[in-house]
Write a protein that binds this ligand. Structure first.
Ligand code: ATP
Ligand code: MG
Length: 441
């Protein structure tokens, strides 16, 4: 028997004992058969939500989605999503069934699930596998339950879930499922952006994301149409052996699985096709492309509904990805101060990944980047001054020195720049003198 948490099994048993067929279902059954750690438990039951609440009255219950049949039961601190068996309703909008119908038939509940590996259950009798999920796990295949065309057109998020799952588990798409998936990708336009973004970011951060992104560029382009011109775009430059899209995916593969970094990597060269020029020797150049990439990405990130701070972080990384690095205290201080610590190191990671995804990974450039990073760590440990709040003078001092309005911010920023670059000491007397010089007092 797989290694399920006894706190989950206790609730399954309790509902069964009360006379309602109850099973573990979905991701926890799949992952336990794969011997990978379980991160959440879904329970399916013949009991109606009201009955679940009564039977579990001594446990903490949250009425998560009573209309959809879901109660979250906390068993010894472990949250369990307990959902009444449902059967497939009609879909008319490619999004959600028109209405939710409860049933006491487990096989109908399993038949409405998206993929065979997600449609297995574990009950008192052991594994319940009506659609060949176990065989597909062994073959490492994502296959729809039932007719893929029908299943994808019912809920247009399913194609993206299929790709996310393939990337997460490093599975392949079964042939008919893959073909239908390509046909139904355009219907993603009916799906709310919040749902798309959740699945898409999980896909981007999954171990086999690069393979899936290269196999299904049409899905990426549906979500990020700005990337369409990059697919197959020949760079005509000896420094680059991949088309722009392939290079972008390979860059993504080389950054850590953080959503902002992965999006920055995927979009960093989106401005290359519009910036493309050919010189007399027939060599391609992309002057000024980081700015164009940032402009195009701003629209894309807004659509994905990312929070403003994350959008800013990604756009800074994209706009600065070609910044030449100097391994000097002056350069490192300036950019630690301008970007902040986190974005500084993210930028180094992006530049390193970008370099690795080219024809000739530049050994010398990598050495310079490593030196700059090392220097940054040393300077941070020395508690050098990189932010306004570390500066030995503040707005009050600037006012006292006779500066007004916007002059104050500008004067402090200019002092901070000089201090961060090591041109001025972070010494109150020195900085006060500078402030009074600026005000002309
Ligand atoms: P993970 O938790 O790792 O994302 P999971 O399979 O548990 O994997 P959930 O989103 O928690 O994914 O969904 C739980 C189960 O509900 C799935 O295993 C699947 O059986 C079913 N399911 C979820 N979304 C859909 C959908 N859009 N269409 C059909 N079935 C779905
Ligand atoms: Mg789950």
């Amino acid at each position: 028997m797989p290694d399920f948490d006894p706190r989950a099994l206790a609730v399954v048993e309790r509902l069964n004992t009360a006379g309602f067929r109850t099973v573990l279902v979905g991701g926890c059954v799949r992952d336990s058969l794969l011997s990978i750690p379980l991160h959440d438990y879904d329970i399916a039951t013949a009991a109606l939500p009201q009955q679940v609440l009564e039977i579990c009255a001594d446990l903490r219950c949250v009425e998560t989605g009573l209309k959809h049949g879901t109660v979250t039961v906390l068993s010894g601190g472990l949250p369990l999503e307990v959902t009444t068996f449902r059967k497939e309703g009609d879909y008319t909008d490619h999004r959600r069934p028109d209405k939710v119908t409860f049933t006491d038939d487990l096989s109908l509940d399993l038949a409405r699930r998206d993929f065979t590996i997600n449609a297995m259950a574990w009950g008192q009798e052991g594994l319940i596998d009506l659609f060949g999920g176990c065989a597909d796990l062994e073959d490492r295949l994502i296959r729809c339950v039932g007719d893929p065309d029908r299943r994808f057109s019912e809920d247009a998020l399913r194609p993206l879930r299929g790709l996310r799952l393939a990337a997460q588990l490093d599975f392949s798409l079964e042939e008919h499922t893959a073909a239908a998936l390509r046909r139904h990708i355009p219907e993603l336009r009916y799906v709310a952006w919040e749902r798309i973004t959740t699945e898409f970011l999980r896909l981007l951060c999954s171990p086999a994301a690069p393979r899936v992104l290269l196999e299904f560029p049409e899905a990426v382009v549906q979500i990020l149409p700005e990337l369409a011109p990059s697919v197959g775009f020949d760079q005509r430059n000896p420094h680059h052996c991949y088309d722009v899209y392939t290079h972008s995916v390979k860059t993504l593969a080389n950054v850590p699985p953080d959503p902002a970094l992965r999006l920055a990597a995927l979009l960093h060269d989106v401005g290359k096709p519009p910036a493309f020029t050919l010189d007399e020797e027939g060599i391609g150049h992309f002057y000024g492309h980081p700015k164009i990439s940032a402009m195009l990405s701003e629209k894309a990130l807004g659509r994905l509904r990312l929070d403003k701070a994350t959008q800013e972080r990604i756009l800074t990384l994209i706009a600065r990805h070609d910044l030449p690095v100097e391994p000097t205290r002056r350069w490192v201080g300036r950019w630690l101060s301008r970007l902040g610590e986190e974005v500084f190191f993210d930028l180094m990671a992006l530049k390193r990944a970008d370099g690795l995804a080219c024809a000739l990974p530049g050994g010398e450039r990598e050495q310079i980047r490593s030196q700059a990073e090392q220097l940054a760590r040393t300077m941070i440990a020395e508690q050098a001054c990189f932010t306004m709040k570390d500066l030995a003078v503040n707005g009050h001092d600037a006012k006292k020195a006779g500066l007004h309005g916007p002059e104050i911010g500008a004067a402090l920023r200019s002092l901070l720049d000089q201090v961060a670059q090591g041109e001025l000491p972070n010494d109150r007397d020195v900085l006060l003198t500078k402030l009074s010089q600026k005000s002309g007092a």
